[in-house]
Design a protein around this ligand. Structure first.
Ligand SMILES: Cc1cc2nc3c(=O)[nH]c(=O)nc-3n(C[C@H](O)[C@H](O)[C@H](O)COP(=O)(O)OP(=O)(O)OC[C@H]3O[C@@H](n4cnc5c(N)ncnc54)[C@H](O)[C@@H]3O)c2cc1C
Length: 397
């Protein structure tokens, strides 16, 4: 691939080799509701740590791999080739925290997370606040003397879709301040799990079958020491925006990886399957599905790598925000179209859960919803075009 250094290519090769070892376990995971035997999961976790591809987004000074954005994309692209979330073991801890973590936060959560000993989850979304997180109802009230004589925030509210809550041992919770100078603004707090007052309301079933659940979680008079405030009061939204900018590019990378695997699999099938006396791939209506997928994938991957390079070049954050939205939109919509075509090319086999196209068809649907639905990405891009002009957003300068 043009423009990748030997080091980049080596990272991509190692990520590919690692994820190839996970693929044989997909059907077992799918049929077991997403969860593999504990010893298998532990083996994958250890192998992920040994691979040198864990915490690629965290600087080496904090115990991570300090990869460039392009290198992170190369790894996450391979992660996206695997279904049932099996490659989530190549975890990316909260890199946005590095700049603002206090010494206590660094030692207690961030370093252990980078080393693979701790695992986070995010409690941001609520029943009535998803796309518009500025509309949160969960509250945080500062009690200056707390239950221990030290200041504590008292948190109350109910969070939805808290991914990985069942596997995490700490949680970020975003809430609205009730009092003080920053009343009405947001705080982000970190809290260990379990903590008194944090309870699962229920664990709904979702389209995909993965080990990480997405329960609805209630916070009732949860007391969180003020030292567990991330950054400053009023900065809660800033971190959410930083997270979005990073994660949207990584969603795009995983979607490109998924589309790439699907194209491989459906091309192989179309080359071998004989229908009506000729290869499936020789029917031009089928060829068109392969060709459209290849052309769209080629373009989406180029845009993705270009965006990662712009991040590495330190371009303007607002412009990068729009580019992250563009590639998230482009790659997630592309992956959805490719998965739909893959099911069609596989025919009846494509509707069987043991077939990768069927699993991807379900799993990829959420990529157009989480980390901001496609409509939200369009709104962001449109606003940036009006504010900054097309040349800035498209990097034509
Ligand atoms: C599997 C899964 C895992 C998740 N994990 C987490 C997690 O770990 N932590 C967390 O906090 N959240 C999580 N989420 C929540 C996720 O981020 C939200 O579902 C998402 O942001 C959309 O919010 P919503 O579901 O409330 O949809 P709504 O905000 O109700 O929007 C519904 C639809 O309306 C449209 N829409 C909304 N606003 C606009 C607009 N301004 N213009 C045009 N159209 C619009 C879009 O099509 C959107 O899909 C997860 C969700 C899922 C499904």
């Amino acid at each position: 691939m043009t423009g990748l250094s030997e080091h980049d290519l080596d990272i991509r090769r190692r990520a590919r080799e690692f994820t190839d070892t996970l693929i044989p376990y997909e059907v077992e995971a799918e049929l077991a509701g997403g969860t593999l035997p504990a010893e298998t999961t532990e083996r994958f976790h250890q192998a992920a740590l040994d691979s040198g591809l864990y915490a690629t987004n965290i600087p080496e000074s904090v115990g991570g791999r300090g990869f460039t954005s392009l290198q992170q994309v190369l790894v996450q692209e391979q992660v996206g080739r695997v279904t049932n979330g099996l490659a989530w073991c190549l975890h990316t801890p909260p890199q946005w925290w590095v700049e603002v973590a206090t010494d206590e936060q660094l030692e207690r959560w961030l370093r252990p997370a980078a080393a693979g000993h701790r695992h986070e989850c995010y409690a941001i979304t609520e029943e009535h606040a998803g796309s518009d997180v500025s509309d949160l109802a969960t509250t945080a009230r500062l009690d200056p003397t707390g239950s221990t004589g030290e200041p504590e925030y008292v948190v109350n509210g109910v969070k939805w879709h808290v991914t990985s809550y069942n596997l995490a041992d700490y949680c970020f919770v975003q809430a609205v301040l009730t009092d003080g100078e920053h009343a009405g603004e947001h705080v982000l707090l970190v809290v260990d799990l379990p903590t008194s007052g944090i309870e699962v309301v229920r664990t709904p079933a979702y389209s995909h079958n993965i080990a990480d659940h997405h329960p609805i979680v209630s916070f009732t008079d949860v007391r969180i020491p003020a030292t567990q405030l991330v950054g400053q009061e009023g900065q809660g939204m800033t971190f959410t925006q930083d997270w979005f900018r990073f994660e949207r590019v990584m969603v795009a990378a995983r979607c490109v990886g998924a589309a790439s695997r699907l194209l491989d699999e459906m091309t192989t099938f179309a080359g071998e399957r004989v229908v009506g006396g000729q290869r499936l791939g020789d029917y031009q209506l089928v060829t068109a599905m392969l060709a459209d997928s290849a052309a769209e994938l080629y373009a989406a991957r180029a845009a993705l790598y270009e965006t990662a390079r712009a991040i590495d070049a330190g371009e303007d954050r607002k412009v990068l925000h729009a580019r992250a939205s563009m590639v998230k939109l482009l790659c997630s919509e592309l992956a959805g179209r490719v998965a739909d075509r893959a099911v069609q090319v596989f025919g009846g086999r494509g509707y069987m859960r043991e077939n990768v196209a069927e699993r991807m068809f379900r799993e990829l649907r959420v990529e157009r919803i989480w980390e901001g639905a496609s409509e939200i990405q369009r709104v962001i891009v449109g606003q940036q075009l009006l504010r900054r002009g097309t040349a800035a957003v498209l990097g034509e300068g």
